[in-house]
Ligand binder design. Structure first.
Ligand code: GLN
Length: 266
């Protein structure tokens, strides 16, 4: 009789253990979200920049909104800018780094709808070193034969190099590659003469430095930023486009641009 009771207790115990482990497992499953990898380069304020140990900025706000909407865990990876487009090989990875949508890059990745269309190349230079034209822009021939600091692999880098090769705006200039525009701007007057980089980043770098100013280069086209996803990853692309559409509609991106407009700390 005692044996029967012992057996029953054992069975009940086993059931309890089994039920508990199931419960724990399902709880774990719930916590284990799929990761969304966001590749960026943190030297591009106000879109991405360092604040203490953190990377923040407009693009990071967008990344957070996407991860939240998709129920994914956000992991930001700070890499060299010129490795981003070629490095988007996973279905759960995106490039969010103020990346200009260009035909060349569209060969390698798919782009979202544009989320920022007000970019164009600016030059950062020592105050008073360059004279503006009537439209308050810098004529390209003022940059001839100069050493122009650029962020390696950017549209600015490409424009300088192509124009130099073709004897255009920057004939005789040299493009000198840096990891980002912040580092390049620090080198003005020693390693390079001026820096060529996108508008908002140039304006912020100049605003944070008493000795520098920034102006638009005449004769160049406007650029639009998009989010890069792996080629053919339609499900993620459609989801991102929908989320971006809503963020734009709600004025969120303008709000974040405002919030991050004085992002560089001295
Ligand atoms: N918009 C430029 C490009 O796509 C620069 C981007 C950046 O420096 N993060 O090349």
């Amino acid at each position: 009789f005692l044996e029967v009771i012992m057996k029953k207790i054992l069975v009940i115990l086993l059931i309890i253990v089994f039920a508990c482990s199931l419960f724990v497992l399902s709880a774990c499953e719930k916590d284990k979200k799929t990761v969304l990898y966001v590749y960026t380069e943190s030297g591009f304020p106000p879109f991405e920049y360092s604040k203490g140990d953190e990377i923040v900025g407009v693009d990071i706000e967008i990344a957070k909104a996407i991860a939240k909407e998709l129920g994914m865990e956000l992991v930001v990876r700070d890499v060299m800018f010129d490795s981003i487009v070629s490095g988007i090989n996973e279905d759960n990875a995106i490039g969010l780094a103020g990346i200009t949508i260009t035909p060349d890059r569209e060969q390698a990745v798919d782009f979202s709808i544009p989320y920022f269309g007000d970019a164009i190349q600016y030059v950062i230079y020592p105050k008073g070193a360059l004279e503006l034209n009537d439209e308050l822009m810098i004529e390209g021939d003022l940059l001839k034969n100069k050493v122009l600091g650029v962020q390696t692999g950017t549209t600015g880098d490409n424009i300088v190099q192509v124009e130099v090769k073709e004897g255009g705006l920057f004939a005789g200039a040299t493009a000198k590659g840096y990891d980002n525009a912040l580092i390049a701007a620090d080198d003005i007057g020693s390693g390079c003469d001026y820096v060529v980089i996108d508008r908002l980043t140039a304006l912020q770098i100049a605003a944070a430095n008493n000795n520098l100013e920034a102006s638009q280069i005449a004769g160049l086209d406007a650029e639009s930023y998009g989010i890069a996803v792996k080629k053919g990853n339609k499900v993620l692309l459609n989801a991102i486009n929908w989320i971006l559409h809503n963020l734009l509609e709600e004025g969120k991106i303008d709000q974040w641009l405002e919030e991050h407009s004085e992002s560089i700390e001295e």
